[in-house]
Ligand binder design. Structure first.
Ligand SMILES: C[S@@+](CC[C@H](N)C(=O)[O-])C[C@H]1O[C@@H](n2cnc3c(N)ncnc32)[C@H](O)[C@@H]1O
Length: 480
């Protein structure tokens, strides 16, 4: 991991005093972190509270106890400690340099994070650390390309308000499902649907006709999309079972429970279709057996319900989450942001409108509109026509987005971009450089850049350059 911090940024760092990490307290006490860990283990200094990821958070008085113990054991007070004692403050950005951003082996599907697959979603530990260090409780945290809502879940659980924007209606539905609070009554309604799916699946699997399903068991108002290529992407029995399940989901009464049910439905669509995978839009026979669709749906909805109950118990409802379906090239109105954290689309990397097409058709979403609006899609950049997108297209789009962002973010606020490289017509593009340059032209200043290695299971796939193993966390600061 490499960290670059500009001197100007370090000098203009902001401060917060409520929580201090182990490394930071060790630095203030003028001892090595291992020494402090030894003191904690031996009970020489009080053990602070840990967050749910296991990180220690020292209060000011706990930090002072460590400093006192260091003094008593003959350590010399250093300049940093003196300044802490004088100001009771600690720098923001400096703390980011003490984090191991690779998060190797970290669990990434806790709470509602595992509800639905989403290509190129980032691991929750990244927005978690950025939100903890660059914002305070009660602040407004935004993700302008919120995708499946990773930043939003982390912001709310860290007691911030959250606002997410995405042009993809499926992304908005997933984000809403992941951040919705459900009641006990909602949970029991949903678990009744799970049970219904299991029973019908058992009936189909045990039916004498083998591959035939007991049609009389299906309710009358099945909902199936009007799409001429439906048979190309789905076997006939898969269509029957999906249509049945969808009608149940649409009948769920409360909005948040219905959103969760539809998201659990959407989560299985690609796996039971003939689309090869979530990031491969080619047809492949998979031999999905009758009854299997209902069984997979039951599992998906049961897991989603349990995750939503856990999330609902954990969060405080006073922290609001808003998800806005909108195109950033004609940006919507949002509240003023204290911090922005996103992983943006970048040239030639993904084609969400294609990967999500079968799901969007089932859910009655406007896929052609999203196709027009999607930034960076492989489809637009691989075209050889004179209207095909180029790096200049991306720069122009980002220039207008960052100019708008500058007006939505508080003065001095940080905008963080988690971004990898891409290749366009054989030329490698450093997207962090590109976003930084465009940002500086509209009033941002680059204050930090971190290289991180991605978890092996999370390597993003770019058809042009294969597996990407590293990415950058770029932090820009809005003009003061
Ligand atoms: C890399 S993904 C974000 C993933 C997200 N960080 C997560 O963890 O799920 C980039 C997102 O940008 C969205 N996007 C693309 N073009 C857009 C546009 N014109 N306006 C708003 N969002 C757009 C895509 O739909 C996609 O969800």
């Amino acid at each position: 991991m490499q960290v670059y911090v500009t001197i100007a940024a370090m000098e203009s760092e902001q401060t917060k005093s409520d929580r201090l990490s182990t490394a930071e307290v060790a630095r203030m006490a003028g001892v090595h972190k291992d020494t402090l860990l030894r003191w904690l283990k031996a009970g020489h200094v009080p053990e602070p509270r840990r967050d749910r990821h296991g990180w220690r958070h020292f209060t000011e008085s706990e930090a002072n106890a460590v400093i006192d113990f260091a003094n008593a054991s003959g350590e010399i007070i250093n300049d940093q400690q003196m300044s802490f004692l004088a100001k009771k403050q600690t720098p923001y950005l400096g703390k980011l340099t003490t984090i191991d951003w690779d998060f190797a082996g970290a669990k990434t599907s806790y709470l509602t994070h595992g509800l639905h697959p989403y290509p190129a979603k980032f691991i929750p530990q990244i927005p978690n650390a950025l939100i903890q260090e660059l914002s305070g409780v009660g602040d407004m945290v935004g993700d302008i390309f919120c995708g499946s809502g990773t930043t939003l879940v982390e912001a709310i659980t860290l007691k911030r308000h959250a606002v997410g924007i995405d042009a993809n209606p499926l992304a908005c539905m997933i984000s809403r499902a992941k951040t919705s609070v459900i009641s006990e009554a909602d949970a029991s309604d949903l678990l009744a649907v799970v049970q219904r799916a299991r029973s019908l699946s058992d009936l189909i699997i045990s039916s004498e006709e083998g591959s035939l399903f007991p049609k009389e068991q299906f309710c009358s108002k099945q909902w199936r999309p009007q799409f001429e290529k439906l048979d190309f992407w789905f076997d006939a029995h898969v269509i029957e079972e999906l249509a049945e399940v969808l009608s149940w989901c649409r009948d769920v009464e409360s909005l948040s429970a219905r959103t969760l049910a539809l998201t659990a439905f959407s989560a299985i669509v690609v796996a039971v279709s003939k689309q090869d995978s979530d990031t491969r839009y080619v047809r492949r026979e998979k031999g999905i057996a009758p009854g299997e669709i209902l069984r997979r749906f039951a599992r998906s909805l049961e897991q989603a319900t349990r995750a939503a109950v856990e999330y609902s118990e954990l969060i405080e409802p006073r922290f609001m989450c808003q998800v806005v379906e909108g195109n950033l090239l004609t940006p919507p109105d949002i509240p003023q942001l204290d911090l922005m954290v996103c992983s943006p689309p970048y040239p030639n990397a993904y084609s969400y409108h294609l990967y999500h097409m079968t799901r969007m058709i089932w859910l009655g979403m406007d896929q052609p509109l999203f196709k027009k609006q999607e930034i960076g899609s492989h489809r637009k950049y691989s075209s050889n026509s004179k209207n095909g997108a180029t790096v200049e297209t991306f720069k122009a789009e980002f220039s207008s987005i960052l100019a708008w962002l500058s007006s939505q973010l508080k003065a001095g606020g940080y905008a963080c971009f988690v971004v990898g490289d891409s290749t366009l017509k054989g030329q490698r593009i450093n997207n962090a450089d590109l976003i930084s340059d465009v940002g500086q032209a509209v009033g941002f200043q680059e204050v930090m850049r971190i290289d991180r290695t991605m978890q092996s299971s999370k390597k993003s796939f770019n058809p042009a350059i294969g597996k990407i193993k590293t990415e950058n966390i770029l932090i820009l600061q809005n003009a003061q």
